[in-house]
Every structure is written in C-alpha cells, then in structure tokens.
Design a protein around this ligand. Structure first.
Ligand SMILES: Nc1ncnc2c1ncn2[C@@H]1O[C@H](COP(=O)(O)OP(=O)(O)O)[C@@H](O)[C@H]1O
Ligand SMILES: [Mg+2]
Length: 238
C-alpha cells in the first residue's frame, strides 16, 4: 500500500488527526512516510497547515503541500477568488507518485469531503485516487448523520471502481450517545468495509510523545495498529 488517499465524510471530521495517527503507526512499524496535502485552504502563508500538524503529532515525516489559498473555501473556489492557478488531480497524482519512489507510505489528505472540487473542470480527490489506483480511507464522524454521508461516499468510490480500504471514526466521544454506539455495527454495514479504527476525542490535544505512543492502539492491523473492531464494539456498545 504505497499510497493511501485519506478523505472524509465532510470537513472537520478528523482527517488530519487520523492522517497523523496513520503516519505515527507506520513510523513506529519502521516505515518511512510522506504526507501530501493536495491543496490547503484557510491558512495564511505563515501559519501551519494540515501537513505541518501531522508532522507535529507524528514526527519524522516528509511534508508537501501543492498550493495554499487564504480563504477557507473549497480549493477550486479559493483559487478562483484569489486569482491563482488551481491544483489539478493530475498534479496531485504526480506529486504522490514521485514521493512514493522515496517513501514506504504516502498519505494524501484531501480538502473537505470526496467530491470537493480542486479545479474549474470539477476535478476531485476521487480523480486523484483513480489516477493512482490507490486505496481510499474514509474518515467519518461518530454520531447521528454519519451513516448517510459514509454510505454516499462509499457508493461514489465503488461507482468509480475505486478501492475503499475502510472507515476510521475521527473522534470517538468519551461518553458515546446511542447513535454513536449503534453506528459501530451500522457503519461497516452501510459502507461494506470494516472499521479500521477510532480515535478518542481529545487525541489531537495530546502531547506528541503521548500521541505517538497511543496511535497504534487506535488503528487496525491493516494500518499498522493493534485495534480490534470487535473488541471495541463489545466494550463500547454492550
Ligand atoms: N480525535 C480528536 N481529538 C481531538 N481533537 C480532534 C480529534 N479529531 C478532530 N479533532 C479536532 O477537530 C478539528 C478538526 O479535525 P481535523 O483532523 O483537522 O479535521 P479535518 O482534517 O477532517 O478537517 C481540529 O481542530 C482537531 O484538532
Ligand atoms: Mg484536515
């Protein structure tokens, strides 16, 4: 799995924190890791972006960002309003392929959800995954509303013939409500793929050393971790 594309059911679902956990687990397993943020929006040139946040939490990863636009909008819109060249799926795929020649694992984080547009032609992260023939990891929220957005995302990936690697819950509440608990059984059902992890709420606020030590415990063996979906479900949703 040299390239893994990381998308989400929306924005603020925990893609960046999940990317950091996947990176930390791969590093702990002795693999070299690069993180590519295709297009970063909503940060100024001097502010840390998502790739920098991954490096802060996970440690020694190569970071890359193809473009940065100041307004917190979809990349295509942000590029247009800034009068700047957009990022095209082909650019992202080429950058990821190049990084994959020098790293064991390349994580490509999108912006927002799967069909958020990069360019005026309607190019998306799904096109990037198609160009790379790379598996896609879907980060989902835990509670009410996630079944619909997760199933829509899974269906779109399947309709494009893409490989859906699994679903990770970006932030698992300390006191999960009924919907969250039921979703542990329903998310694999509606997506057709296993849960590959759940990050505890508050994970992003851990000190880097604590984050790195704990990350493998939040992710399944497919992602270099030790997390057991069935044991988690039994414990959290008795
Ligand atoms: N498990 C978590 N623990 C703590 N904070 C989290 C967790 N997941 C997400 N967050 C916080 O929620 C916000 C959105 O998370 P982020 O990973 O940046 O989402 P996305 O990349 O999907 O937009 C950030 O402020 C992040 O710190
Ligand atoms: Mg992010």
């Amino acid at each position: 799995m040299p390239v893994l594309v990381i998308t989400g059911t929306g924005t603020e679902v925990g893609k960046t924190i999940t990317t950091a956990a996947v990176a930390a687990s791969a590093l702990a397993a002795g693999r070299s890791v690069a993180v590519l943020k295709a297009a970063q929006t909503g940060v100024r040139p001097d502010e840390p972006g998502d790739a920098d946040e991954v490096a802060r939490l996970a440690g020694a990863v190569t970071t890359a960002e193809l473009a940065r636009y100041p307004e917190p909008l979809a990349p295509a819109t942000a590029a247009r309003r800034a009068g700047r060249v957009p990022v095209h799926p082909r650019d992202v795929a080429e950058a990821a392929a190049k990084l994959s020649t020098e790293h064991d694992l390349v994580l490509v984080e999108g912006a927002g959800g799967l069909l958020v547009r990069f360019d005026a032609a309607g190019g998306t992260l799904a096109d990037v995954a198609g160009l790379l023939a790379a598996p896609v990891l879907v980060v989902a929220s835990a509670g009410l509303g996630t079944l619909n957005t997760t199933e829509l995302t899974a269906r779109e990936l399947r309709s494009r013939g893409l490989d859906l690697a699994g679903v990770v819950i970006g932030s698992w509440p300390q006191a999960p409500d009924l919907a969250s608990r039921c979703n542990l059984a329903d998310l694999p059902d509606v997506s057709g793929v296993p849960l590959l992890g759940a990050l505890p709420a508050g994970a992003g606020a851990l000190a880097p050393a604590g984050f790195r030590a704990a990350a493998p415990g939040w992710l399944a063996p497919r992602l270099d971790g030790t997390w057991d979906a069935e044991a988690f479900r039994r414990r959290e949703s008795p």
